[in-house]
Write a protein that binds this ligand. Structure first.
Ligand SMILES: CC(C)(COP(=O)(O)OP(=O)(O)OC[C@H]1O[C@@H](n2cnc3c(N)ncnc32)[C@H](O)[C@@H]1O)[C@@H](O)C(=O)NCCC(=O)NCCS
Ligand SMILES: Nc1ncnc2c1ncn2[C@@H]1O[C@H](COP(=O)(O)OP(=O)(O)OP(=O)(O)O)[C@@H](O)[C@H]1O
Length: 196
């Protein structure tokens, strides 16, 4: 079973591209969603997060306080590095378990979606990597629409914490262009055929 990573900067369209693969029956591991699940459910990790970032990290119902954590971690490189160091190893292990279960089901290939595939070292668990590319102005406009609580400055700040698009394109095995000029579905169908 091939393990394919799919990455790209904030707002590039990874999730949209993954939905197309899912329609074709491909299992997709959503690292963002799983990271949040593990943060809320792994008892040891919860304790470590509270020790690092304070009791406000979880609300009274025990839900992860994403707004608080985004406000604390994204503007401060040291805090973000601390958060990454706590969370990423858990996601790596969770993915390995999930991938083994998909393999047992007999799937020819699976996808792992992650904004930080290279930065976190997760690419080392994978056979190939797809980078989804869209120009900066399009990504900013898309995220402003998708996340009304984020300002242009918030988005710029997150972009500053991610590997440059040039470097991601240089490292990628495949590129999906999601720039309003290229059609997505034919690009996904071509890749699906190759991976199968
Ligand atoms: C800080 C948190 C709680 C903020 O949650 P929130 O729902 O506001 O934002 P969301 O997770 O949707 O992130 C928005 C975008 O920011 C980018 N982003 C997320 N985490 C990071 C990070 N650690 N470094 C750089 N960019 C990041 C991604 O492009 C992401 O899609 C959350 O991002 C988080 O827990 N991050 C740490 C875990 C992580 O690295 N997740 C990413 C993949 S494993
Ligand atoms: N080709 C497209 N045409 C129109 N809207 C699009 C297109 N691609 C993505 N979008 C929209 O842009 C926004 C960002 O896309 P998406 O959530 O897939 O990005 P992402 O790379 O997963 O971002 P993040 O790293 O923040 O999770 C979404 O609201 C999505 O619906």
């Amino acid at each position: 079973m091939l393990k394919i990573g799919i990455t790209g900067g904030i707002g590039s369209g990874k999730s949209v591209v993954c939905r197309l693969f899912q329609v074709l029956g491909v299992p997709v591991y959503d690292s963002d969603a799983r990271a949040k699940w593990v943060m809320a459910h792994d008892v040891l990790l919860r304790d470590e997060l509270v020790a690092a970032f304070g009791p406000e990290t979880f609300d009274a119902q025990g839900q992860l306080n994403r707004t608080y954590l985004a406000r604390v971690a994204f503007p401060d490189p040291a805090q973000l590095a601390r958060l990454n160091a706590l969370v990423h190893p858990h996601v790596g292990r969770d993915f390995a378990q999930w991938a083994a279960a998909q393999q047992a089901e007999g799937y020819p290939y699976i996808l792992k979606e992650a904004a930080l595939l290279y930065e976190s070292g997760a690419y080392q668990q994978l056979d190939r990597v797809i980078t989804v590319f869209a120009p900066l102005e399009i990504r900013q406009a898309r995220v402003l629409l998708r996340d009304p609580h984020r300002t242009a400055d918030d988005i710029q700040n997150i972009i500053g914490k991610q590997m440059s698009e040039e470097e991601k394109l240089r490292r990628a095995d495949y590129v999906v262009h999601n720039d309003d000029q290229h059609l997505l579905i034919p690009q996904v169908l071509r890749l699906d055929e190759e991976f199968r």
